[in-house]
Write a protein that binds this ligand. Sequence first.
Ligand SMILES: Nc1nc2c(c(=O)[nH]1)N[C@H]1C(S)=C(S)[C@@H](COP(=O)(O)OP(=O)(O)OC[C@H]3O[C@@H](n4cnc5c(=O)[nH]c(N)nc54)[C@H](O)[C@@H]3O)O[C@H]1N2
Ligand SMILES: Nc1nc2c(c(=O)[nH]1)N[C@H]1C(S)=C(S)[C@@H](COP(=O)(O)OP(=O)(O)OC[C@H]3O[C@@H](n4cnc5c(=O)[nH]c(N)nc54)[C@H](O)[C@@H]3O)O[C@H]1N2
Ligand SMILES: [Mo]
Length: 749
Amino acid sequence: MTYSYNDIHNSRAIFLIGGNPAEAHPVSLLHLLRAKEVNNAPFIVCDPRFTRTAAHADEYVRLRSGTDVALIWGILWHVFENGWEDKDFIRQRVWGMDQVKAEVAKWTPEEVERVTGVPGSQLKRVARTLANNRPFTIIWCMGGTQHHIGNNNVRAYCNLGLALGVIGTSGGGTNIFRGHDNVQGATDVGGGNDTLPGYYGLIEGAWKHWARVWGVEYDYILGRFATVKDKEGKDESMSTKAGMPVSRWIDGVLEAKENIDQPDNLRAMIYQGHAPNSQTRMTDMKEAMEKLDLLVVIDPYPTVSAILHDRTDGVYLLPAATQFETVGSVTASNRSLQWREKVMEPMFECKTDQEIIYLFAQKLGFADELFKNIAVNGTEPVVEDILREINRGMWTIGYTGQSPERLKLHMANQYTFDRTTLRAVGGPADGDYYGLPWPCWGTPEMKHPGTANLYDTSLPVADGGLCFRANFGVERDGQNLLAEDSWPVGSEIEDGYPEFTMAMLKELGWDGDLTAEERSAIEAVAGDKTNWKTDLSGGIQRVAIAHGCAPFGNAKARSVVWNFPDPVPLHREPLYSPRRDLVADYPTYEDRKFWRLPVLYKTIQDQDFSTDFPTILTSGRLVEYEGGGDETRSNPWLAELQQDMFVEINPYDANNKGIRDGEMVWIHSPEGGKVNVMALLTDRVGRGVAFMPFHFGGWYQGEDRRSRYPSGADPYVLGESVNTVTTYGYDSVTQMQETKTTLCRIEKA
Ligand SMILES: Nc1nc2c(c(=O)[nH]1)N[C@H]1C(S)=C(S)[C@@H](COP(=O)(O)OP(=O)(O)OC[C@H]3O[C@@H](n4cnc5c(=O)[nH]c(N)nc54)[C@H](O)[C@@H]3O)O[C@H]1N2
Ligand SMILES: Nc1nc2c(c(=O)[nH]1)N[C@H]1C(S)=C(S)[C@@H](COP(=O)(O)OP(=O)(O)OC[C@H]3O[C@@H](n4cnc5c(=O)[nH]c(N)nc54)[C@H](O)[C@@H]3O)O[C@H]1N2
Ligand SMILES: [Mo]
């Protein structure tokens, strides 16, 4: 997310795609409504369903689920056709837009209508509205990301902003509304399967950086990983290989061993704060759960893991405390941090997550190494020390200036912050942005105010300004990747430049500004080769910023990501597409191997399910419930509001099948699962489309399994999980599961 929710107050138009904040982000929606009312900002909503958010829209665009790239290219077609693109911005700050333009040229209004179902005249109006109301904000959510081409979708959205020059300016940018209060933070600290904390990657240099921060030997870390033979028969450490993402763990169990790039199948699964019914392919998951040696659930609730499998042994439920029973920092979608206080002591025998981890580390024999820099009271790690360690290592994203002390100061002085700029006006945090949104460069002592809006060159870097990052070299195809005629105000280098290293400081003659301590810390890492992200003193960052420069360089944004499967985002039909005529023109990928596992694309799409399963099935959220839902369905006041799992069906389709509102129906999946749910007849979904919420559980293929919950732990409301009928499909870059577009058959029960 490049901006803050509050900066939406400055938007002249709002382009929202694949999000339903009226249900999923009702508080954030207020910022959008403010722009709509105060700025008269046109509000455009693109969604296959006429949602509660769409009800607020000035322009509602109903696209076929799974066709976002075609829709965006259809809008850009009118932009390029009329010369509405921001030519200066593109020349100075964007690389590869000519390649995007060549792809967009294929998306004539007729072709866009054939693929998305949206008339050309409507998209021309949308394009004109956006061109005339700059800066506009682009907001997306799971409707865009949870597809086998999710990465194409989001890069198409970004290209819309880059072409119209609204990235890097207050009121513009991309705003990705995230899921939970700490989704951003969980990603930042290395929860992903392909990176260490701070997005350092998994290469040897990344491990060595963190070994320095953690104060342990690199060889000790290496020793904790298996060594395998690579294709040429050479030894290779598993430490540099991406793991399996959670979306694929079931295949880690079920796939034939010889097809997996690791020494053995997965044999144990630990769910820590994750509901199993949130994952697609639940019929396969049941089988995988039953095949494991060990299943551990660390959660305040037993979750659907209590009822799904038929195991009688090897399952452990470790009661976790909730957020109200612990303290610590959380990082919001706009990259700002908050310090959260404990509301009450952990109830019953539950423990905080950090204490559970400490106890595991002790049993497994690495507590001393893991908690070397972290004080432990009894068995409870000191949370402030955990954040301080993060601060000492996460230079890449500027997660370094947000000390516990600074965050607590912000919390105590919330009233001093302006609610639009997020800046403190006077008071002890004067000039800081609320929560020190990263990058908050350098050490806490440097007192960088944080960066509320990314890539905004109208502010000095020391004041929260930035340019685009130089992360991909300086040249591509003989073209300059660095920025041209563009830099953050106050920069002493009035041109593009690569990322800062010690050698570069010397070349510029700025190394004299380093203190003796900074200089020796830099020497100790890699001499002249030490760069802004491995310098543990923060000196390189401090000096670069003192000269008005961004430590990460000043480059162009990439419109074309040459190392992704589709460098220019392409439309590809969903694996389970109802449109066989389009599969031929816009096929999916070849099957491939990725992140230790085979991934199927073509094998699935080649089968025609569209006759037996003619209805598009999509899924998403209700305001009343959260995630897998065991927690919120156990809350009597919320449970009262949504008592039945249901499916939204268009009245036309329902009448053709003789299905009445409130009747039970069966939804069948092409992969064999089925669910028994209540029909809700509504025009929210178009003809041929069904929608189900994903918060229910406790029933399985028609069977009420309430008796399987530990006594007294069963939620008030149970129901079928939509994921019993969702299907195979994983994003080609992230392996995000396909939850938004599949096929089903609806039958009267
Ligand atoms: N009350 C409540 N709030 C929540 C959550 C919750 O469980 N309950 N969960 C949180 C989490 S984890 C997240 S990630 C967010 C998610 O927030 P959202 O993404 O806003 O919520 P969803 O309902 O999953 O999906 C949004 C919309 O995507 C549409 N959609 C389906 N297919 C497509 C498509 O192909 N293209 C486009 N453009 N749109 C499509 C759906 O019709 C739906 O209206 O919500 C968070 N907020
Ligand atoms: N079909 C379909 N499936 C989807 C989606 C969809 O739109 N459609 N959306 C997907 C998305 S975006 C997401 S993020 C996932 C969400 O799925 P999950 O990550 O499963 O999200 P939740 O159910 O909100 O939370 C998981 C568990 O955390 C527990 N918990 C709460 N507080 C704590 C704590 O402090 N410590 C511990 N250890 N546990 C705690 C809760 O009791 C709950 O069981 O679902 C995904 N699944
Ligand atoms: Mo999410």
